[in-house]
Design a protein around this ligand. Sequence first.
Ligand code: FES
Length: 158
Amino acid sequence: MKKELSPELKAVEKYGSDRTCLIPILHEVQKEYRYLPEKALRNIASMLDISLVDVYGVATYFRSFSLEPKGKHTVTCCMGTACHVRNSPGVLEEAKRTLGIDAGETTEDMLFSLETVNCLGACALGPIMVVDGEYHGEVTPAKVKKIIGKVKHQEGRD
Ligand code: FES
């Protein structure tokens, strides 16, 4: 029977085993696991012939990497100044209420993670909320309920 290749091995095959390829490899591996498990980091360190400490250094430096398991869907609320003055705190409160978690947490069913960020570069359209990479502008608490409700509905969780 053919053995399935691990995501880290597939990523190294795709990008090569040069240490300069570490960041794209980490991104690729995180896409598969939705976070960076210790075992994968160890495998990457060994395949790229670099120390585990160096791999951890990069994995913890960039905010886009996570060492904790994440939900299937990521909801990100911008809390930068431009969004803040347009009621992003109200948007975040509604997202917390709708999901039943705090910012930085993941729902028990591993369906949603809620995150905050300080500016997404689309200030004119604030407040901004991003769900799985899709930007939603001029979001209100009522819109938050709708947007998250739609994803819950697609998952059969409403
Ligand atoms: S402050 Fe929210 S996009 Fe810039």
